[in-house]
Write a protein that binds this ligand. Structure first.
Ligand SMILES: [Zn+2]
Length: 377
């Protein structure tokens, strides 16, 4: 087993399940053991480390490689350290297994593969020769899988860089765009009555059924009219519904949760206004609440920015790429740092019961990152 595969195996063997995705008493949760592991490795390599507390016991880790002369540019390598759970699944996801060119385990592709490739690329560049005038900062971020509080904190603290490379399994593509997400809860209110005299009540479930139908047909069709060249169309999904209590009571309340994927140029406030207007036109009143810790805006970074173009050239990629899923990159970009996604592995294997990464992809990611970092002035 080479040092890179060993590093990823070590990272998988240190569980760091996002605490929001597991029971409170679960011992596999929290990023701290992974943060401490990387910090001690970085210090042993003579690199500067700094922590930034995001939540109690949950720190972003910043590892800095100073250039040989005063810095003129900063490159940020920013993978997240948390993973989804999976303790309820058969088999042990936290014992790494190598089989047939693949490394299996929770986080293998999302996103400890990127952590390993980026961290070891940084160490390799530090070992031979740091860039002359470009500072490289590795940021291990917490909480990507839930509220993205790690990247929100880094951006909110005013951290500045000329390019952030956010680690996600992009199949080694440099990804410059992804959709945003808007999670809404809609509530209809009716009037309870005995089930034998429904004419005395107002059925909140029936009202919601009309809203669901409207959103999934007329509204969804509206969204299909516009297409983004990298991201395709905006979408809506009514993902959950609950209302009423039992058959013999006219339900007085019903709620749905909506997942709306947004395109660059769309604004959450305008989307809410449009949905409200649509419901109003059909005389279907509903209350709106947000289900998010903060806005999750779309990402659209210009592939013509010199550092992005340089990274794409090193990756041998002619055209920019987009992905469907949301990431920390959008939040760093919203904070003023031009951001792209890049990493080994395929998002298709993320969050699955047999998550794996191709070892070849992992090694190519490291090699590509080293080439890019060495190409910097
Ligand atoms: Zn991820």
């Amino acid at each position: 087993m080479g040092p890179l595969v060993k590093l990823l195996s070590d990272l998988i063997a240190i569980p760091s399940v996002n605490p929001a995705l597991a029971p409170a008493d679960d011992s596999h949760t929290g990023e701290e053991p992974v943060t401490a592991f990387l910090e001690s490795r970085a210090r042993a390599a003579g690199l500067e480390c700094r922590r930034s507390t995001v939540l109690p016991g949950r720190d972003n880790l910043l590892v800095r490689l100073r250039p040989r002369r005063p810095p003129r540019k900063t490159i940020l390598l920013a993978p997240h350290l948390d993973t989804v759970g999976g303790l309820e699944l058969p088999g042990d996801l936290f014992t790494p297994v190598v089989n047939n060119g693949r490394l299996f385990g929770r986080g293998a592709c999302d996103t400890k593969g990127s952590v390993a490739a980026m961290f070891s690329a940084l160490l390799a560049v530090a070992r031979d020769q740091p860039p002359a005038e470009t500072e490289i900062v590795f940021a291990g971020l917490v909480d990507e899988e839930c509220g993205q509080l790690g990247s929100r904190k880094l951006a909110g603290d005013g951290f500045k860089a000329d390019l952030a490379v956010v680690g996600e399994p992009t199949l080694l593509n440099v990804v410059t765009a992804h959709k945003g997400v808007l999670w809404l809860r809609l509530t209809t209110t009716g009037k309870a009555a005995h089930g034998a005299r429904p004419e005395l009540g107002r059925n909140a479930v029936h009202a919601m059924a009309k809203i669901v139908d409207l959103l999934e047909t007329k509204y969804a069709a509206q969204l299909r009219r516009r297409k983004h060249p990298l991201l395709g169309r905006a979408t809506i999904n009514v993902g959950a519904i609950s209302g009423g209590t039992q058959p013999n009571i006219v339900p007085s309340q019903c709620t749905i949760s909506i997942d709306r994927r947004t395109l660059p140029g769309e604004r959450d406030a305008v989307i809410c206004k449009d949905i409200r207007a649509l419901l109003k036109s059909k005389r279907l009143p509903a209350e709106f609440d947000s289900l998010q810790a903060g806005p999750c805006v779309p990402l659209e970074t210009s592939p013509r920015l010199p550092l992005v173009a340089q990274f794409m050239a090193v990756a041998g990629q002619r055209k920019p790429k987009g992905v469907d899923y949301f990431s920390d990159a959008a939040l760093l970009a919203a904070g003023g740092i031009p951001s792209v996604l890049f990493g080994p592995g395929d998002i298709a294997q993320a969050h699955t019961p047999d998550e794996w990464i191709s070892i070849e992809s992992l090694e190519r990611a490291e090699g590509l990152l080293i080439r890019f970092l060495r190409s910097l002035p």
